[in-house]
Design a protein around this ligand. Structure first.
Ligand SMILES: [Zn+2]
Length: 378
């Protein structure tokens, strides 16, 4: 069995940890499902493979007497202040870099990237979420041309502003089938969006407007050779999963004006894993993220998507992540899962005479560390 514990991990997509951590069992459970109905966590989490596995890992980590007692794990967890919890978990995880989407949860509820880096003894860098920027500017600006101008300004020289990537959640809002619209359609869409502003807040879901602003962002990304992460596949029920299929990105990927823009398909495009890995295998600019905490699936499903990704795309197109959010054990748990699953799958490939053990180790290094260094210029 390959031992990958010595490879410091770049978590290429994750979110900050909440300052206020849950203390009660039901509160805690609710973080481990994408189902928004509170009854779901109460009824079904104790019967969910990924959650039962996590409790077992935490029971070992906290040296609990029982291997699987939820309340004992939570009691042990509650004894630690959050700083200590983060520090202990992240030290065990051995991170090189955390690449954070700081748009969710709200920054005022969370540890800053700087603080997470300090506690984790690692680097922490940030990406810019486009839809959040769009919402802010549409709320603030009455005039369409002025809004576009401010938006474009905000996207210039992004590395100097401290961002190493862009991120889009368009899959959640209007779908990955990003189209071209006429100026009239875009301006009308802007007016419709403005009309839905409530209490100074907007949830942008106006397709011509979002698509138009994304195309502007793509030009900036291409010019600055900045990668863009797209949410693809599995999400909460807000997403129309039919439009989360990464094959919808064809027009963007085929557009030669965006050649300098590297595209990262997040969350292994689950369940469109083979399709996303295929895109990484045929488009030089496409990279494929393998996420080991969210989507919430069990080890067997993780083995399946890792086998598919490694079977289809070069390891130099694959990057590890957790999609960890809210709780520090999510970032930590993914390193347990990721290292062990990647080692198992590469080991199987060695047994099948695809390559030798030394080559397997180098491929693992690419997934856990090297590919992200190249893509994000760390
Ligand atoms: Zn995410």
């Amino acid at each position: 069995m390959l031992d990958l514990t010595g490879i410091p991990v770049v978590d290429n997509h994750c979110h900050p940890v909440l300052l206020e951590q849950p203390k009660e069992v039901l509160q805690y459970r609710a973080y481990f499902t994408e189902a928004s109905d509170p009854a779901f966590a109460r009824q079904h989490m104790a019967n969910s493979a990924h959650y039962l596995w996590l409790l077992r890992q935490l029971a070992v980590f906290f040296s609990c007497a029982s291997k699987s007692d939820e309340s004992e794990v939570l009691a042990a967890r509650n004894q630690l202040d959050t700083d200590t919890l983060i520090e202990r978990l992240y030290r065990a995880a051995c991170f090189d870099t955390l690449i954070l989407d700081i748009a969710h949860p709200l920054p005022e509820m969370c540890y800053s990237p700087e603080r997470m880096g300090q506690l984790g003894h690692c680097r922490a860098v940030r990406m810019l979420r486009l839809e959040t920027l769009m919402q802010d500017l549409v709320v603030k600006t009455r005039d369409f041309d002025e809004m576009v101008q401010l938006y474009s300004q905000a996207l210039t020289d992004l590395r100097a502003r401290g961002y190493i990537a862009l991120k889009s959640i368009v899959a959640y809002r209007t779908g990955l089938n990003i189209a071209r619209w006429t100026q009239d359609e875009v301006v009308a869409s802007f007016s419709e969006a403005r009309a839905t502003i409530h209490d100074g807040k907007l949830r942008i879901k106006h397709k011509p407007l979002i698509d138009h602003l994304l195309h502007i962002a793509f030009l900036h990304a291409a010019e600055q050779e900045l990668p863009i992460q797209f949410h693809t596949g599995y999400g909460d029920k807000d997403i129309d999963m039919r439009l989360g299929n990464p094959l919808h990105l064809r027009e963007v990927l085929e557009d030669s004006t965006y050649e300098g823009m590297r595209v990262v398909l997040l969350h292994e495009s689950y369940p469109y894993v083979q399709l996303g890995a295929y895109l990484a295998a045929v488009y030089p600019q496409v990279y494929f993220d393998l996420s080991y905490t969210i989507p919430f699936v069990d080890r067997l499903e993780m083995l399946a998507f890792t086998r598919q990704a490694l079977g289809i795309a070069p390891a130099s197109k694959l990057m590890y992540s957790s999609d960890g959010i809210y709780l520090p054990e999510m970032h930590w748990a993914a390193t347990l899962r990721g290292r062990s699953i990647i080692a198992q799958v590469l080991g199987e490939m060695v047994e099948n005479d695809e390559f030798d053990e030394e080559q397997a180790y180098l491929l693992a290094r690419q997934i856990l560390h090297d590919t992200a260094y190249a893509v994000y210029r760390l």
